[in-house]
Design a protein around this ligand. Structure first.
Ligand code: ADP
Ligand code: TRP
Length: 325
């Protein structure tokens, strides 16, 4: 029996990278794993590392929740909650901070990457992996489905758990395992780099059609003239299309690239049509939930009650062991 747990930050609107890299594989894993309850949460504490505006965070939290529900998260089998509503996670995070070696955090790829790109390099960004470890360890999760970019964070969570257990000479924390969807690569953003809420390069599949069209048109392509053949393998539009299309559709688009007389504008139109047809039902459900936030709220509150019942006993064991009870 394995307990599945994963989270997505509410630092921006949920995007195609989150959907293909996290939401869809996690929902599949939850379905295969019907025996035990899974934990899905919105990492709103984490979002404070990059987003300081409370009203925006609230909206993003709703949008991330609506995306999970739109893609069919079964809340009967899932504990679905906001990270911040079980603030005990911050307490566990502090304890774990005191077991986290400074060089481990200083060498984290994502910290180095973010600190070179972002203007606001704060201590929260630095200890981000420790709070993430607390998210996982507080609920004794076994399997954590994430995108490849999170693998190092998962290794840190394992290291922290094992250092903690070893130092205190008791197996209190469960060592989690990452579950990477191997067939899902890192989804590129409109600039060809990793799609991320922090990089203003997202494809937001829940936008109204007109805006989605603008969003697709913003994908950066090279300047090969219309009549010339184009290389599908270096084109972000083609990459995104092939991640969602059938093999036959992908073959057909590849042939058009290679044949010439097929411009990037045409390719973008194909991508837009694919997004609109493939995600028609999810787009409609997303709109429903965003227009009925109370439907989201009741589901989250039910999850938060369940989450607290699991978190407290573990935290009390840790408190006791560390001499705080
Ligand atoms: P962001 O980078 O947009 O802030 P998060 O860090 O909140 O996204 O990521 C939430 C989940 O979505 C993680 O499991 C992460 O691996 C996955 N994810 C985010 N961006 C991508 C991407 N471009 N490709 C694949 N998976 C992604
Ligand atoms: N750090 C993750 C990301 O950026 C989000 C996250 C926070 C998470 N806590 C987690 C994912 C715990 C899995 C488990 O993608």
């Amino acid at each position: 029996m394995a307990r599945v747990l994963t989270g997505i930050q509410s630092s921006g609107r949920p995007h195609l990278g989150n959907i293909l890299g996290a939401i869809v594989p996690a929902i599949q894993l939850i379905e295969q794993n019907s025996k035990e309850e899974s934990f899905i949460f919105i990492a709103d504490f984490h979002s404070l590392t990059s987003q300081k505006d409370g009203a925006i965070r609230k909206q993003n939290t709703l949008a991330v929740a609506a995306a999970w529900l739109a893609f069919g998260l079964d809340i009967e089998k899932t504990v679905f909650y906001r990270q911040s509503r079980i603030p005990e996670v911050a307490e566990l995070s502090w304890y774990l901070n005191c077991f986290a070696p400074f060089p481990m955090l200083a060498n984290a790829h994502s910290f180095k990457d973010k600190s070179s790109r972002l203007a606001d390099v704060n201590a929260g960004l630095f200890t981000y992996p420790v709070l993430m470890a607390a998210d996982i360890l507080l609920y004794s999760a076994n399997l954590v489905p994430v995108g490849k970019d999170q693998l190092q964070h998962l290794e840190m969570a394992r290291d922290l758990a094992s250092t903690f257990n070893h130092t205190l000479e008791e197996e209190i924390l469960t060592l989690p395992e990452a579950r990477i969807a191997e067939d899902v690569m890192t989804i590129p953003g409109t600039d060809g780099q990793k799609m991320s809420k922090s990089y203003q390069n997202i494809l937001d599949i829940f936008l109204p059609e007109k805006e989605l069209k603008k969003n697709v048109n913003a994908i950066i392509t090279d300047s090969t003239p219309l009549e010339e053949p184009k290389d599908p393998d270096t084109c972000t539009v083609f990459k995104l299309y092939s991640l969602m299309a059938s093999p036959a559709q992908t073959q057909a688009l590849r042939a058009q690239y290679l044949a010439g007389n097929f411009g990037y504008g045409h390719a973008k139109k194909e991508l837009l049509d694919l997004l609109l047809t493939k995600f028609a039902a999810e787009r409609a459900r997303f709109d429903f939930f965003m227009n009925h936030p109370e439907e989201i709220e009741t589901r989250l509150i039910a999850g938060e009650e369940k989450a607290r019942r699991v978190a407290l006993p573990l935290l009390n064991r840790v408190r006791e062991k560390l001499g705080f009870l």
